[in-house]
Write a protein that binds this ligand. Structure first.
Ligand SMILES: [Zn+2]
Length: 374
């Protein structure tokens, strides 16, 4: 393995590896966290560990991990382990065999970058025949000496009919088999699935760990990896996506978003507001949401700096100097919370399909009022 998951997800890894070490491996785990947080990488690290022929135990910390070199470790890394089963969201297909090819494409992508985020297209689902095929494969007696595993990735994408097949699997788990489910929010799953799984929540990856990974994997500079680790808020998948989509568009959008934010905070005159509304009113819904999320994180940074002057928790480190200056405007202790609340209202409006231009115009006016009364 090119990375050690215990650095990315120390708490989650401690729980998982200890359950194995003490012989209390659960039959079903539910790993929860946002897309890109590393659920897949965590799952693969666990199945490597439980099948590893020579696990490595760190003397000082007592933490354990797979060797990455033995027959089973290599088979798992190369996605040709005999007892592997994957159910991932797939686009619509015609013949059942196509599901295998499409799944292999996902495995290829994950082999290259285990943190990569799969498509968020709305028509991808975990289909019933994939769930059925896994169920029938597991009904055959397992090879002794290894643990078979099933990874159901992004459970929210599972069709109800597939969930029924899965439920039977979870209720009567086959021997020597570990079932791993991933979901953004465990509450969104059937209560019976939730109650029969051991839930493990992922946290943000420490920025220094993520920055080191990005630097080494993508051969980028110290400062760039540091910025990406911060602005992705410790989400490896998001940081990787920013590298893959090209930094320039990303940083241009960030710059434009920051300039708008700055004029709103520093110069909320009627002229500025009118000009701003013209600029931001041209954005589509996705861009508008992205802009507002960016503003939210700027507000959060300014409010944090205003209270503590502590740069440790700053997210947007690429605007450190400017944000420190803008923080001087956040003299009222609850201004940050009030501005953030206004943005939240607009984000909810945008989800309800209201007119984008109108929603953003109303928001800038309400933010102006909040600034004036601060
Ligand atoms: Zn090994």
């Amino acid at each position: 393995m090119p990375f050690d998951i215990s650095n990315f997800q120390p708490q989650a890894w401690a729980v998982l590896s200890k359950s194995f070490q003490s012989g209390r491996l659960a039959s079903t785990y539910l790993l929860s966290g946002p897309d890109g947080s590393g659920r897949w990488a965590l799952a693969m690290s666990l199945v490597s560990l439980i099948n590893c022929e020579n696990p490595i135990i760190e003397k000082t910390s007592g933490s354990i991990r797979s060797c990455g070199k033995c027959h089973n470790c290599r088979a798992i890394q190369n996605y040709n382990f005999e007892g592997q089963h994957f159910a991932v969201p797939l686009p619509p297909y015609k013949k059942p065999d196509e599901a295998i090819d499409l799944t292999n494409l996902v495995l290829q992508a994950k082999k290259v970058e285990p943190f990569s985020i799969l498509t968020s297209a709305s028509n991808v689902t975990i289909s019933i025949d994939v769930a059925r095929r896994i169920k029938s494969a597991l009904s055959v007696r397992a090879q002794t000496g290894t643990y078979r595993f099933v990874l159901f990735h992004q459970m929210e994408r599972m069709l109800p009919s597939s969930a029924d097949a899965l439920l039977k699997l979870i209720e009567e788990p086959p021997p020597n088999t570990v079932i791993i489910l991933t979901a953004e929010k465990p509450e969104s799953l059937l209560p019976t699935i939730q109650s029969r799984s051991q839930k493990i929540k992922l946290r943000r990856t420490p920025v220094d760990v993520l920055a080191a990974y990005l630097k080494e994997t993508y051969s980028i500079s110290d400062s760039k990896s540091d910025v990406l680790a911060h602005i992705s808020q410790g989400n490896p998948g998001r940081a990787v996506a920013m590298i893959e989509t090209g930094e320039e568009t990303g940083s241009l959008q960030r710059n434009a978003g920051f300039q708008l934010f700055r004029s709103l905070i520093e110069d909320p005159s009627t002229d500025t507001i009118a000009r701003m509304i013209d600029i931001i009113g041209q954005r589509n819904r996705g861009e508008a949401v992205e802009l507002l999320r960016l503003w939210q994180s700027f507000i959060c940074d300014c409010a944090g700096l205003a209270i503590t002057m502590d740069e440790e928790n700053l997210v947007n480190i690429d605007f450190k100097g400017e944000l420190t200056r803008l923080a001087g405007r956040f003299t009222s202790p609850d201004l940050g919370a009030r501005l953030a609340a206004q943005i939240k209202i607009t984000l909810a409006d945008l989800r309800r399909n209201v007119h984008i231009h109108g929603a953003l115009a109303a928001l800038t006016l309400r933010m102006k009022i909040e600034m004036a009364t601060a």
